[in-house]
Design a protein around this ligand. Sequence first.
Ligand code: GLU
Length: 460
Amino acid sequence: MSVRVRIAPSPTGFAHLGTASTALYNVLFARKESGTFVLRVDDTDVERNRPEYEQLIYESLRWLGLDWDEGPDKGGPYEPYRQSERVDVYRQEAARLIKDGKAYRCYCTPEELEAERKQAQLEKRPYRYSRRCLKNSPEGRSVFAVRFQVPGGEVRFTDMIRGEMKFDTDLIGDFIIMKSDGYPVYQFASPVDDAVMKITHVIRGEEHLSNTPYQLMLIDALGYERPHAYAHMPLILAPDGTKMSKRKHPEMNLALYREQGYLPEALLNYLALLGWNPGTEQEIFTFDELVHAFSFDRVQHAGARFDWEKLNWLNGEYIRKLSDDELAARLRPFLPQLDEETIKKAVPPLRTRMHKLAQAVDYLDYLWTDPQPPALETETTLRLRSAIDALKDVPWEPDRIEAALEKAVEESGVSKGKFYTPLRDVLTGKKVALPIHYGFYLLPKDVAMFRLHRATNIPD
Ligand code: GLU
């Protein structure tokens, strides 16, 4: 069997973490099995789809390095890969089901259906469509939806994480597969495409577990071969253990990680470990190692809580492993105000102090914004003057600056902390900053000296 997997994101909002995580597991499995990874765009919700959201999905997945083999922008043997362009396929398949007596036209109005639902509520029984239009459809109406006639009985399938699953479908009422606007519902379009596109393994979020029996009934009714297996990956939960919501949890938005300077390879590593464990102590994996180590039997069943601390730790580890040049290159987009040279100089002290690249801005923005000169006590002013004297003839190299300052500290008779705090203040205006000698070194000498002079009220 040649493995074919897919993701089917909906372009209805920003690209989110769940999409990245599902894509990762699909790619890991596809690479391990030398299979094909398909990107199918689930854009049947005509009202909420936006082409720019589709672009965001592409960009985010590419940023993560999770490239696909077939997709709307790439083509492939089963194109088109955008569901909005496949509506004819769904209409034909719905017509086939009607012809075979496995689906029927439903002319009920939303008000009539609501009345049925209310009645069921009153009678305290679970609601199922009454099959009114199957038995005795109203005359003279032209607007209809298509309903699948649920055959009932048990649906069984293999879940690669949960093992053998079985669902009793007797409780499922006949459900709509094509809406009255002529568009399919997700529950119909998705299994049709999975079958037509010869998907062998459906790997998706746990929220779809309860959809699988619906989709399998449809695949069976259409006479297609079923995908070989399904895998329903644990939900990613918010740090407080609640369900993530786009509105309340910024961690849902993939753009955030890019903006904050999480390295894509670190985020992938983190996402792999969120919900899966390798069964060893190893926590840092290259992509190839993940491909090799990943297996569904080590995926947890319970939801996986997002853990910033762990992500930050991992990202810091990845940052520390980059070469100087590589780290400088990754920092460049965060520091457009700085020239290449300065960024390179800043790399050594930054490397050990960052868990995300955006922190470089917090450390370095004093280079392009002039801090407010603080009011100083006389004693502090005198110390600043001794720093000026110590630095004035020093070649502008970090260790030379450090040595000169240390000497000045010694001569001052106060502690390093006491000596350096006002210096740091005058130079950077920051409480948390790089070591003081780097603070000086990264500024052009004349600018650094100017800031000291200005604070001591000595004309430079
Ligand atoms: N559009 C659905 C989602 O993003 C696809 C689910 C599926 O993979 O079947 O959740």
